[in-house]
Design a protein around this ligand. Structure first.
Ligand code: BTN
Length: 326
């Protein structure tokens, strides 16, 4: 009911009469009035004017099913949406939901994670009220080796969401970290479940640092937040919904075209240290070369000192000066 009322107030933008709300929702005026009061108690500013109705003036920065759900515009907006105040890891929850048969586009969001996962077995901190932890389910009919391309699209969708709300362009550290002033703002962990050679589901998990005012000492010179960079506060629910909107658009094009040619230029323009020297930390070997940007399947092309162009599929690429790497 909260989600439906907020959706109607948002769709309309101006006043919505109590009568309209009752009719659309099939409930009494008292029920509408009670729900409006409950929303006000959560921090929503809703103006009520006689003979005109209700108007949403301001929404609090809360991650709730009503707040996120009423902002959705993407084609998965009817898919299950679960919002936790606290959970272990949204990636774990999304995987569980997918395995229970929930469809593509199922979205899990949390205000706080107690066992947030980063790439390569690292821990990802999501303290309450500051960050965003979001994970969504995909069930594409693509070859498992193409799944990493979705991570590239998730990075672009996240970058666009940040641009929409702040006007700022992040840089991308290949394959999928978003970076501002050489510090990490957003990380993405894509996990895939296979059955023989077939993708059962992919979970794309995205963590944003939004309102962090400080970071633990171990991260202080490596991580940043939107607040630290701009001095402003944001609606985290809006960021989540914009990511979903942009990702769904990219995903549709990807499923049609089956590679990343359509975003290659956009991605490479935003890629940090393109044309510069990078160190590739592969399994058991480390080498240097010049980053040339990604190819049509998302591999990083790196030119060795001998002029040979190598495709880097996976593995860590360190970039001088980034995340206090020296
Ligand atoms: C990284 O850069 O190491 C990836 C970080 C990914 C963090 C997100 S937060 C939402 C989702 N749930 C998790 O447990 N991890 C991802």
């Amino acid at each position: 009911m909260k989600r439906k009322i907020l959706t109607m107030l948002r769709e309309n933008g101006a006043y919505v009469s109590g009568q309209q709300l009752c009719e659309r929702l099939g409930v009494s005026r008292t029920a509408v009035w009670k729900t409006i009061n409950a929303l006000k108690a959560e921090g929503y500013e809703i103006e009520a004017v006689q003979n005109k109705g209700y108007c949403l003036l301001q929404a609090p920065d809360v991650l709730t099913e009503a707040e996120v759900g009423s902002r959705r515009t993407d084609r998965w907006r009817e898919a299950p949406l679960i919002v936790y105040t606290e959970t272990d890891s949204t990636n774990n929850q999304a995987r569980r939901l997918a395995q229970e048969g929930n469809p593509e586009g199922t979205l899990v969001v949390a205000d706080r994670q107690t066992r947030g996962k980063g790439r390569r077995g690292r821990v990802w901190e999501t303290p309450a009220g500051a960050g965003i932890a979001m994970s969504f389910v995909l069930k594409p009919e693509i070859a498992p080796q193409d799944a990493s391309q979705l991570t590239i699209l998730a990075a672009l969708a996240s970058l666009r969401a940040v641009r929409d709300v702040s006007g700022i362009d992040c840089a991308i550290k290949w394959p999928n970290d978003l970076v501002l002033n050489r510090r990490k703002l957003c990380g993405i962990l894509t996990e895939m479940n296979l059955e023989e050679d077939y993708i059962q589901q992919i979970v794309v998990g995205i963590g944003f640092n939004v309102h962090h005012e400080t970071f633990p000492e171990s991260l202080a010179d490596k991580a940043t937040s939107l607040y630290l960079e701009t001095g402003r506060k944001y609606s985290r629910a809006e960021i989540v919904c914009r990511v979903m909107q942009h990702f769904a658009n990219y995903y549709d094009q990807f499923l049609e075209q089956r590679n990343l040619a359509f975003v290659r230029e956009e991605y490479n323009q935003l890629l940090i240290s393109r044309g510069e020297s990078v160190r590739v930390l592969g399994v058991g070997q480390e080498w240097s070369g010049r980053s040339l940007g990604i190819n049509d399947t998302g591999s990083l092309l790196v030119e060795t000192e001998r002029g040979e162009i190598r495709e880097v599929l996976a593995g860590e690429v360190s970039v001088r000066g980034l995340y206090s790497y020296a």
